[in-house]
Design a protein around this ligand. Structure first.
Ligand code: R5P
Length: 297
């Protein structure tokens, strides 16, 4: 066994899938908090001379970062030959520029911290917008696994006559990929964000798609304002209730309930973040992606 997979709490399913790959085995680590709130980590498996793979999805990242970096450090201190991170959801990618004076580009800072602790990173569809590639901000090797094939497969098996809809220009990269793989038609909406929770979406000319089932696809659903606006406009045109698909179901506070109440047919997500809407499992694709990436290095 050349690689040992360690899981941060809550990431056991992905970790187990990875550990099933040839040359990999499952290791154990304790991650807990002292009564004063400080983190304590301890690796229980032998790592000397082996490659450590730590699995940690990075929604709600602030509370995860310190124990994660401590775990990576503990792996190094245990003699690991290398320490990699598998983060199905990669945080801070939307803070990709200095929007106002006095701010920092948080995506870069976060990338610096992760790069300081790990030798490589594998993630799923990071939010690449003003930053074109992870290599612009990460100084370690990175590899991106795409969800489109799994999303397209789920949609073709479960949705009658789908019409793919991207709620904003940024979603074009994901929606067009799903459209290409499924052969379904797609249209894009345009979005103007006026604040954290204030979003306006253009009225689309989609009357000619009346017999189709609208399928809204976005990479991240956080406050769900983008999806809710899009759903509202689609419903006003008289289209059927849409199916909403999120690659990364962040669902901040009451977002999931609010989206449900907006008149959707269903809300489906990939399991990059554990959520009751998870219906599309990416564990096998991520395990395959990690395997290919490690074999190519
Ligand atoms: C950003 O442009 C992304 O692609 C999503 O549209 C955005 O993150 C969704 O955020 P929210 O759910 O808060 O509207």
């Amino acid at each position: 066994m050349n690689s040992v997979v360690l899981s941060m709490p809550g990431n056991e399913r992905f970790a187990n899938a990875l550990a099933g790959a040839p040359g990999c085995g499952r290791g154990t680590a304790v991650v807990r908090h002292f009564p004063d709130g400080e983190s304590h980590v301890r690796i229980e498996s032998a790592l000397a001379g082996r490659h450590a793979i730590i699995v940690c999805t990075l929604d709600r990242p602030d509370e995860k970062l310190v124990p994660l970096l401590l775990l990576a450090a503990a792996a190094r201190d245990s003699g690991a030959a290398s320490v990699g991170l598998v983060a199905p959801y990669l945080a801070y990618m939307r803070q990709d520029r200095r929007f106002h004076a006095g701010e920092t580009i948080s995506a870069r800072r976060f990338a610096g911290w992760i790069s300081s602790g790990f030798d490589w990173l594998v993630t799923v569809d990071p939010h690449l917008h003003r930053i074109a590639t992870l290599a612009e901000i990460y100084t370690i090797h990175t590899h991106v696994v795409h969800a489109a094939a799994d999303v397209a497969r789920w949609m073709m098996a479960n949705v009658r006559q789908p019409l793919l809809i991207g709620p904003d220009e940024e979603s074009a990269q994901w929606v067009s990929d799903v459209a290409m793989r499924s052969g379904a038609p797609f249209v894009m909406l345009t979005k103007t964000r006026r604040g954290d929770r204030e979003v306006e979406v253009s009225v689309p000319e989609v009357e000619r798609w009346r017999s189709h089932t609208p399928v809204l696809v976005d990479d991240i659903v956080s406050t769900a304002r983008t999806m809710i606006e899009a759903v509202g406009h689609l419903r006003r045109t008289g289209l059927a209730a849409p199916v909403c698909i999120a690659v990364h179901p962040v669902f901040a506070q009451n977002a999931f309930a609010e989206l449900r109440a907006a008149g959707v047919a269903d809300i489906i997500s990939c399991d990059t973040i554990a959520h009751s809407s998870n219906r599309i499992s990416l564990a096998a694709s991520v395990a395959a992606g990690v395997g290919e990436f490690l074999a190519s290095r």
